[in-house]
Each structure stands twice: as structure tokens, then as C-alpha cells.
Design a binder for this molecule. Structure first.
Ligand code: UDX
Length: 437
């Protein structure tokens, strides 16, 4: 199958390399000349476990090409995957100009009937809009399919190569047939293929992310009650999770969710529901509780240190979750901003966060070494559950710090060990140790 993948972002790159691995001829198209040039020179735009390997494989297969020219990339293609960015507007609705432009390009340069696949997360009824644009542009016949991705950053390559489900929504049975052919090796190795209409697939993607975010906010709200009552949210989550109807995943209480997907997709889904005439108030609460989680960690630091002016606070973890260098919408950066605004001197520490990602955080000193950061500090705040932080030498940290206080926004430490090492320990949704006010 000849496939053109439009958009060289995160989803576009992983999708293109996966399609190439499945044996298809893939052209990646983007008008960002610099990015295309980088790819031609073998330079990847971001870090993702296993991506370099897949990229190398694609390049040596001879089935992968890069182009900035639609008149070269689109003619002859059977299928176009639209993977362009859909940045959020201030109203929460995504800006779909790039999707419309991509559809226009396909309509303009198509030389045969095609399947056009929306891979970017888009509001329900976008497939109809794409169909309308294509119909105005070309005499060829197009079937539009929604084929959302469920990739998690940090394991995007694994998720993409070995998906547990493939969701395709289209009103064309022929397009379903073509999409099944594209994904045949995955379906044969057990991935469940969900065939729906376009609107159902578009909604399902939003429903998945909104529900996962709901679980996180539920456990965070529960954590507040546990703290007030002297209970332990980790134990409660374990008990809840033992019920297969609930499941243990996404029940880790902490400083909240972030990243390039949950916050943006929730805002989009809320705006979309309103547009359709339903106020999805439950999702308003999910966002409010998530904001509250950041404020609660800051309150704990303030409660333990009293005045924040002239205090040194170290944030361990800056990325929105472990296993990525991505700090977009990271709760850690929101904690950092609040503490800096309150007058604290803040040092951020992270094993992976890229320096470029911290633009606009000039007041934040950044280091990779937690022990260097801890020297003379009055409080450590765990913001990202990097496994290496759970293995830190607590006695050494205790000696280095000016005051022995740990606020654990991700519950990475064993409470008894931190208390034994002489720390005042303030975890999330669990009993505090050694707090004397
Ligand atoms: C998410 C979806 O999981 C994925 O299917 C979709 O395609 C894109 O959005 P991602 O943004 O990579 O993936 O992150 P994910 O692993 O889902 O975590 C999202 C956020 O929730 C992180 O900030 C994480 O720290 C937080 N989280 C997750 C919690 O606070 N507690 C949990 O129990 C789980």
C-alpha cells in the first residue's frame, strides 16, 4: 500500500515508522523544511524509547521517504494519514486549520480514489468536515476514516507496534477493508479491531482519555479525604484495584496529570459537549480537582516551612511523568511557578527534562544531580515518580539538607524508611510523619 503521512510531529513520526514496519511504502510530508532536512540527515526531533531503532530500520528498508512537496508526496498514494497538530484555542476547542489544510492538499494532489485517515485527536464530526473539503477539491472519491492513536509517551513505540486494539470509524465498508489490510499483521497477532462509524470512533478517543483523567482526579480527591481522616490512599487504591471492574491502573494519587494530551483533550471534549448542547459538568470537576492537587502540594510546603522567602526548595522531577523528557503541562512546573511567586528559591532536578522544554522558567535553577540540588535545601518535593528517586540515599540527603523535610507528591518513598532517616515526611493521601507545628 502507498501511504502518505502528513505532519512530522510525535504521532506522525511514530505512525509513519509503524506503517513502514508493517511493510507499506510511506512518504512523510510536512512543510517544515528544517524538520524534513533533519530527518533526511537521520536526526530525530524528540526522544522516545526504541524510536531510533525503528527509524534506522525504516530508512534502510527503502520504503520510507521524506518530502516537503505535496506535488511529489501525494500523487499515487492510496491512503493519507492526517497527523498534524491541533493546538488548543483559549476556549478549549482545538484549532483545526492544519487539518483543513491537509485535507485541501490531499484533494488538490490526489491522482486516484483514496482513504483519508484522521489520526490526530479531533472533535466529533471532523470526518464530515474533511469529507466536505475533499469533495469540494477533487472529482476523485474519498472515504474518510477516524483511526485514533492510544500511544502513551515513554512507550509510544511499543504501544504503536503492539496495540491491544485498533479503532477504525468510517461509514465506508471499502475503507474498512483497506484499513484491515493495512493493519493485517497486527490483527493476526491478536489486536482487536473495532469497526465503527466515524463519529463513534472520534468520541471513543475522547472518552478514553477523559475517563483515565477522571480516575486520577477521583483518587486525588480520595487522597484529600484519606489525609483528613488519617487513612492511607495507597491501601485504599490497592483494595479498589483488586476489583476487576475498577482496576488498579490510574489510581496513583499525586500532584495530578499533565502532558500534551489529557489537559488539552479534556478542554476540547468539554467544549465539544457544550457545542453539542450538553454541559459535561463531571469533567469540569476533573479539571478543578487536578488544579487543586498542585495547590495542595504547595500548601504542604508552605505549612512545613512557614515563610517561603529565603527558603530553598528542590523539586525532584520536572517532566509530566517518568520515562519522557516532556515537560508540557507538567504539574511540576506549576508547582515551581507557585513556589517562585511565593518567594522561594527553587531548584528543579530531572534525569531527562530537556533544557529547551524549560523556556520561560528562568527563575528555576536546573540540575540533574539530586544530591547537588539538596545541599543546603530546606525542603524536597517529589513531583515525578522517576524510579531513581525511590532509590536515593536518604541518610546522605539528610546530611546535605538544611532542614529535613520531604513533601512526596507521588508517594515514591516508603514512609517508614523516610521517617527512620530523620525526615519530616508529607506524602499524598497518607499519614504524615514527624510533622511538629
Ligand atoms: C495519554 C493516554 O494514556 C494515551 O492513551 C493517549 O494516547 C495520550 O494520552 P500520556 O499523555 O503519554 O498518554 O500519559 P499517561 O501515561 O496516560 O499519563 C498522563 C498523566 O496522568 C501523567 O501526568 C501521569 O503522571 C498522570 N497519572 C497517571 C497520575 O497522576 N496517576 C496515575 O495513576 C496515572
Amino acid at each position: 500500500m502507498r501511504i502518505v503521512v502528513i505532519g512530522v510531529g510525535y504521532v506522525g513520526l511514530v505512525t509513519a515508522l509503524t506503517l513502514c514496519r508493517l511493510g507499506h511504502d510511506v512518504v512523510r510530508l510536512d512543510d517544515d523544511v528544517a524538520k524534513i532536512a533533519d530527518l533526511r540527515h537521520g536526526r530525530l526531533p524528540f526522544f522516545e524509547e526504541g524510536l531510533d531503532h525503528l527509524f534506522e530500520e525504516g530508512c534502510t528498508s527503502g520504503r520510507l521517504r521524506f518530502s516537503e512537496d505535496p506535488s511529489d508526496a501525494i500523487p499515487g498514494a492510496d491512503v493519507a494519514f492526517i497527523c498534524v497538530g491541533t493546538p488548543g484555542r483559549p476556549t478549549g476547542e482545538p484549532n483545526l486549520v492544519a487539518v483543513e489544510n491537509a485535507a485541501n492538499l490531499v484533494g488538490k494532489w490526489a491522482t486516484r480514489d483514496m482513504v483519508v485517515v484522521e489520526k490526530s485527536t479531533v472533535p466529533v464530526q471532523t470526518a464530515e468536515r474533511i469529507q466536505m473539503v475533499l469533495g469540494r477539491r477533487s472529482a476523485h472519491r474519498f472515504a474518510v476514516a477516524s483511526n485514533p492513536e492510544f500511544l502513551r509517551e515513554g512507550c509510544a513505540v511499543e504501544d504503536s507496534l503492539f496495540p491491544n486494539r485498533i479503532l477504525v470509524g468510517t461509514n465506508s465498508s471499502q475503507a474498512h477493508e483497506i484499513m484491515r489490510r493495512i493493519y493485517r499483521p497486527m490483527i493476526e497477532s491478536g489486536a482487536r479491531y473495532f469497526a465503527t462509524d466515524a463519529a463513534t470512533a472520534e468520541l471513543a478517543k475522547h472518552a478514553c482519555n477523559a475517563f483515565l483523567a477522571l480516575k486520577v482526579s477521583f483518587v486525588n480527591a480520595l487522597g484529600r479525604v484519606c489525609e483528613a481522616a488519617g487513612g492511607d490512599v495507597v491501601a485504599v487504591a490497592d483494595i479498589m484495584g483488586a476489583d476487576p471492574r475498577i482496576g488498579r491502573e490510574f489510581l496513583d494519587a499525586g500532584v495530578g496529570f499533565g502532558g500534551s494530551c489529557f489537559p488539552k483533550d479534556l478542554a476540547a471534549f468539554r467544549a465539544e459537549s457544550l457545542r453539542l448542547g450538553y454541559r459535561f459538568g463531571l469533567l469540569d470537576e476533573v479539571v478543578r480537582i487536578n488544579d487543586e492537587a498542585v495547590g495542595w502540594v504547595v500548601e504542604k510546603v508552605r505549612g512545613a516551612l512557614w515563610n517561603l522567602e529565603e527558603k530553598r526548595v528542590v523539586l525532584l522531577g520536572l517532566t509530566f511523568k517518568p520515562g519522557t523528557d516532556d515537560t508540557r503541562e507538567s504539574p511540576a512546573l506549576r508547582v515551581a511557578r507557585s513556589l517562585v511567586e511565593a518567594g522561594a528559591r527553587v531548584t528543579g532536578c530531572d534525569p531527562k527534562a530537556s533544557a529547551g522544554a524549560l523556556e520561560g522558567m528562568e527563575d528555576l535553577a536546573v540540575t540533574r544531580d539530586p544530591y547537588a540540588a539538596a545541599a543546603g535545601a530546606h525542603c524536597l518535593v517529589i513531583c515525578t515518580a522517576w524510579p531513581e528517586y525511590a532509590a536515593l540515599d536518604l541518610a546522605r540527603l539528610r546530611e546535605l539538607m538544611a532542614l529535613p523535610i520531604v513533601v512526596d507528591g507521588r508517594n515514591v518513598f516508603d514512609p517508614a524508611s523516610v521517617a527512620e532517616a530523620g525526615f519530616t515526611y508529607l506524602p499524598t493521601g497518607r499519614p504524615a510523619h514527624g510533622l511538629a507545628l
